[in-house]
Ligand binder design. Structure first.
Ligand SMILES: Cc1ncc(COP(=O)(O)O)c(C=O)c1O
Length: 379
C-alpha cells in the first residue's frame, strides 16, 4: 500500500467540474498576490512594510524556518516568543515581550489548521498598536468561530500547494492597508521545467496511491530522467524545500496553479479532511497520544499529528511501509535555545504527521493506524 504525503493531481482535476464550489476566503480576497512559494510573499511583505533598523517583529519559536529566513532576508529584527505544547502562545508572556521590545508586529502561525486564540491576540495587538500578520501556510480553508483564518489580521500568507494539488503557489492577502509597493511588483513566470516536473510528480503521486507498483516504476523513471536533464543544464526551482533564494523572490505562481484553483470543491475538501481526521482519531484516540483532541467546526486539518517517542525512527519505519509521514519540523532557528524554549524543542522531537488529505481512503487509514500500533511507534 502507498499513502502519499500530499494530495495528488488527478486527470479529473484538468476538467472544469460542475461540482466545483465558489471560491472561499482567501481565494476571493479583494487584495491578493500569488508568489511561487509563500516565503517570497513573506519577504516582499516585510520589505514593503519598511521596518526601521530597531523595529522588531515577534515570531514564534516553533516555526518551519523558511518564514524566519524570509523575514531576515528583508532585514527585519526578530524576537522569538514561546509556543506551548498545546501549540498556543502564552498571551501574558507575549504582552511582556511586546512591551520589552516595543514590537511593531506580531507574527502568528496557525499550526496544521488549528486556530490561534484570535480574539485575545487581536486585543493585544490593538492595545500595543502592533500589526498582526497571520501565517496560514498550514491552514488554508480553516476557520475560527465561522471566520476564515487569515481574515483577522492586517496581512496573511498561505501555501496553496500544501492543501490543494497545485504545482506551486504562495498567496499573500492584504486585509486593510494595501501597500502600493506590493501591487506594483512585477513577477516573472516560473519556467516550464519547474512546472512540468512538479505537475508530473503530483500526477504520479495520485497514480501511485491507486496502483503502487506502476506508480513506483514511473516515479523511478521520472527521477532518472530528472537527473539526466539536470546534467544538460535544465534547472528546476525546488518546491517544498528548506532555504531562501533571493533570486526567486520575484517569481509568481504558475498559470496552471491559477487555472486549477477554479476546479476544486473547497467545501468538500474541508469535509473530507475533517472526516479523515475523525476516522483516524477513532482508530488511535485511546491508544496513541494525539497532539490535539479537539476539532471545532470549520477547522480544516492539514495532517493528523501524533506524539511519538522517537520521531525519526517512527517516520523511517512508516516510509518503509509506504506511508508518507512527515517529521513536523526538525530544525528551528539557531537563536532558539532549548533551555529557554523547551516546549518547542519537545514538539520538534516528538510530533509526527500522518496524511489525511482527500485522496486518503478508510482502508489506507486503517493501514496507518495498524502499522503505528503493531510497530509500537506511539507513546
Ligand atoms: C508555517 C510556515 N510558514 C511559511 C512557510 C513557507 O512556505 P514555502 O515553502 O511555500 O515558502 C512554511 C513552509 O513550509 C511554513 O510551514
Amino acid at each position: 500500500m502507498y499513502v502519499s504525503t500530499w494530495p495528488g493531481l488527478s486527470p479529473w482535476h484538468l476538467f472544469p467540474s460542475e461540482a466545483a464550489g465558489p471560491f472561499l476566503f482567501p481565494l476571493n480576497a479583494s487584495s491578493q498576490r500569488t508568489f511561487f512559494a509563500a516565503r517570497y510573499g513573506i519577504y516582499q511583505l516585510f520589505r514593503a512594510l519598511r521596518f526601521q533598523k530597531d523595529e522588531v517583529v515577534l515570531v514564534p519559536d516553533y516555526h518551519h524556518g523558511n518564514e524566519v529566513r524570509a523575514i531576515r532576508a528583508a532585514g527585519v529584527k526578530i524576537c522569538f516568543y514561546p509556543i506551548r505544547r498545546n501549540l498556543e502562545p502564552d498571551i501574558d508572556q507575549l504582552e511582556r515581550l511586546s512591551n520589552l521590545n516595543n514590537a511593531r508586529a506580531l507574527y502568528v502561525i496557525h499550526y496544521l489548521g488549528w486556530p490561534q486564540p484570535m480574539e485575545e491576540l487581536l486585543s493585544l495587538c490593538r492595545r500595543r498598536g502592533m500589526l498582526l500578520i497571520e501565517d496560514c501556510a498550514l491552514s488554508l480553508l480553516s476557520e475560527s468561530n465561522g471566520k476564515p483564518l487569515g481574515k483577522f489580521g492586517d496581512y496573511s500568507i498561505y501555501c496553496l500547494y500544501k492543501t490543494l494539488p497545485v504545482p506551486n503557489g504562495g498567496l499573500l492577502v492584504q486585509n486593510h492597508n494595501v501597500l502600493p509597493e506590493l501591487d506594483r511588483l512585477e513577477l516573472q513566470p516560473c519556467g516550464s521545467a519547474s512546472l512540468t516536473s512538479r505537475s508530473l510528480e503530483l500526477t504520479l503521486e495520485w497514480l501511485r496511491s491507486r496502483y503502487n507498483n506502476l506508480g513506483k516504476a514511473l516515479v523511478a523513471f521520472k527521477r532518472a530522467f530528472g537527473k539526466v536533464s539536470a546534467q544538460f543544464g535544465i534547472r528546476r526551482l525546488p518546491m517544498g524545500n528548506s532555504g531562501f533564494d533571493l533570486a526567486h523572490a520575484n517569481i509568481g505562481a504558475s498559470a496552471l496553479s491559477h487555472w486549477l484553483l477554479g476546479h476544486f470543491d473547497y467545501q468538500k475538501i474541508r469535509q473530507q479532511r475533517r472526516f479523515n481526521y475523525q476516522y483516524l482519531a477513532g482508530r488511535l484516540a485511546d491508544k496513541a497520544t494525539l497532539l490535539r483532541t479537539d476539532l471545532e467546526g470549520g477547522i480544516c486539518p492539514l495532517f493528523f499529528p501524533i506524539l511519538v517517542p522517537d520521531k525519526h525512527a517512527a517516520a523511517r519505519a512508516l516510509w518503509q511501509r509506504g506511508i508518507g509521514a512527515v517529521e513536523f519540523w526538525n530544525e528551528g532557528d539557531s537563536e532558539v535555545n532549548p533551555e529557554v524554549f523547551p516546549d518547542s524543542h519537545f514538539l520538534r522531537a516528538h510530533v509526527l504527521e500522518l496524511p489525511i488529505h482527500p485522496d486518503v481512503t478508510p482502508p489506507q487509514m486503517d493501514y496507518m493506524a495498524d502499522q503505528i500500533l503493531r510497530l509500537k511507534l506511539h507513546f
